[in-house]
Design a protein around this ligand. Structure first.
Ligand code: R1P
Ligand code: URA
Length: 252
């Protein structure tokens, strides 16, 4: 079956998919795979397949924002993907989670418009427990600050005449803000897939600190490298659990 928007054939897609916003990050992730090949680059959706430590994976970019990303998640799940890990970036809410930190999202506060069109207000946007555990274990085995907790999914990156209520979300305990995790978690729950997300902090989402936003520093690039490695290792752990071939040492 040809997926009409991603422009890939479902038969070419393995059950494990790493997803990210930026098509060039997808290329970077694919660079870690053996036998990587690019299947399509349609709109913002760039798809690669390859192997990591013997596990066949797809790597797909989903662009910025929930509506476009939702198309990607829906088509991947229709193609037979069972496990999705988002490798993204986010703005932090607290000084103790500075640029260069990693955050594993356990749930997303849904302030986006897309999920409101799919499910009622009380529907949770939650990560799969096994995926989250595998991600957190892989990330904490590396250097650097790693936190696990709630994130916020917003639609607006810049303020308009209304202010994005980041301070309220921070008060509620969220660690930071990004733009697609709610869609990933809700769609995966609805369609019976499992999903998790890890984000590299690239600055502060808080309005008072927004002037410092620069996602292109070395400290952010290093964190993106670490989250890619964590996501790939986590996927191997999950695939091994699925086939009953897991070892206790996932980092060997
Ligand atoms: O780095 P990615 O995965 O694109 O994630 C974050 O970066 C973009 C905003 O710059 C949004 O897509 C946001 O969710
Ligand atoms: O949505 C995003 C992504 C990265 N950094 C932010 O501040 N916001």
């Amino acid at each position: 079956m040809l997926l009409p928007i991603l422009q890939i054939h479902s038969e070419d897609i393995p059950p494990y998919a790493v997803v990210c916003g930026d098509p060039f990050r997808a290329e970077k992730i694919a660079g870690k795979l053996t036998g990587a090949r690019e299947l399509a680059f349609s709109r913002e959706y760039r798809t690669f397949v390859g192997e990591y430590e013997g596990v066949s994976l797809a790597v797909v970019s989903h662009g910025v924002g929930c509506p476009g990303a939702a198309v990607c998640f829906e088509e991947l799940i229709r193609a037979g993907v069972t496990t999705l890990i988002r490798v993204g970036t986010a703005g932090s809410y607290t000084a103790d989670v500075p640029a260069g930190s990693l955050v594993v999202s356990t749930a997303a506060i849904r302030t986006d418009g897309l999920t409101r069109q799919l499910v009622p207000d009380g529907f949770p946007a939650v990560a799969d427990h096994e995926v989250t555990h595998a991600l957190y274990s892989a990330a904490t085995a590396m250097q650097g600050v790693v936190r696990k907790g709630m994130t916020v999914t917003v639609d607006a990156f810049f303020n308009g005449v209304e202010e994005i209520p980041h301070k309220k979300f921070k008060q509620a305990g969220a660690l930071g803000a990004e733009m697609e995790i709610a869609a990933l978690f809700v769609i995966s729950s609805l369609r019976g897939a499992r999903a998790g997300a890890i984000v590299a902090i690239d600055g502060f989402a808080d309005q008072d600190l927004a002037a410092e936003y620069d996602p292109h520093t070395n400290v952010v690039s290093d964190a993106v490298e670490r989250e890619i490695e964590a996501a790939l290792k986590a996927m191997v752990t999950l695939a091994q659990q699925d086939t009953g071939t897991e070892t206790n040492d996932i980092h060997s």
